[in-house]
Design a protein around this ligand. Structure first.
Ligand code: KIV
Length: 257
């Protein structure tokens, strides 16, 4: 296992882990200064490509964006989401994960749990591919949004699922929209760190989609906190530019050759 990933696991019960998404080098260059992990999430489907879900994302889309993101990374752990139907069986998963690792030089991949694919995690880890798991709300496998882990029965199921992913060799697990008390129990039951999104402060770290955090995506569910309003800034700038072009204020001599 890479030193960077070993050091990340050591943060459990010590320092909260910071993770955010990036789809380009210009953004990853900023995130790299602050984040432990930068994720090229398949959320790019919704955020960048205006798709209704993540189901049509391809390996080539993920590779292209990750190659850009990689240019901005100096120290963070770079993780890439494996799209739906790129890890349906062991051979396919290994072939695709190796392609992603080779072509992007990322540090590992993330796969969503369908409560059956523990053997895929095991196979990838055995082949030296660091794997991050993902449980709770898993957009690739669930049609309707639902918070997981409100009932005791659900919590026990989630703990078992997380333990199986840990046993398969994953180095960390994303908990997406898992009820707070359930997140606490899962986090306590594991040796590897949990990274929450909409899963409370009870996780070992937090992840958000950067476009949501800066107010670019327009997506504002309960679990998102907007730290800025970039859409407003872009709007203001474009309005001013339009006005200046129309009034021939821009370009000036010093903007011209
Ligand atoms: O695709 C993504 O951005 C993700 C995060 C929300 C964890 O999986």
């Amino acid at each position: 296992m890479k030193k960077k990933i070993k050091n990340l696991i050591k943060k459990k019960n010590k320092t909260p882990i910071v993770m955010l998404t990036a789809y380009s080098g210009s953004v990853s260059k900023i995130l790299d200064k602050y984040c432990d992990i930068v994720l090229v999430g398949d959320s790019l489907a919704n955020t960048l490509y205006s798709m209704n879900n993540t189901h049509k994302v391809t390996i080539d889309m993920m590779i292209l964006h990750t190659c850009s993101v990689q240019k901005g990374i100096k120290k963070s752990i770079l993780i890439v989401d494996m799209p739906l139907h790129t890890y349906d069986n062991k051979n396919q998963a290994l072939k695709n994960a190796m392609k992603v690792m080779r072509e992007t030089k990322c540090d590992g991949i993330k796969i969503e749990s369908n409560k059956k694919n523990y053997n895929i995690v095991k196979h990838l880890v055995k082949s030296n591919i660091p794997v991050m798991g993902h449980i709770g709300f898993t957009p690739q496998f669930k049609k309707k949004f639902k918070v997981a882990g409100y009932s005791q029965k659900d919590t026990i199921k989630l703990i078992n699922e997380a333990k199986k992913i840990q046993e398969a060799g994953a180095f960390s697990i994303v908990l997406e929209c898992v009820a707070s008390s359930s997140s606490k129990k899962i986090t306590k039951a594991l040796k590897i760190p949990t990274i929450g999104i909409g899963s409370s402060v009870n996780c070992d770290g937090q992840v958000l989609v950067t476009d949501d955090l800066v107010g670019l995506s327009g997506f504002k569910p309960r679990f998102v906190k907007r730290y800025s309003d970039i859409a407003k800034t872009i709007n203001k700038s474009v309005k001013k530019y339009t006005n200046e072009v129309k009034k021939k204020i821009f370009p000036k001599k010093n903007n011209s050759y």
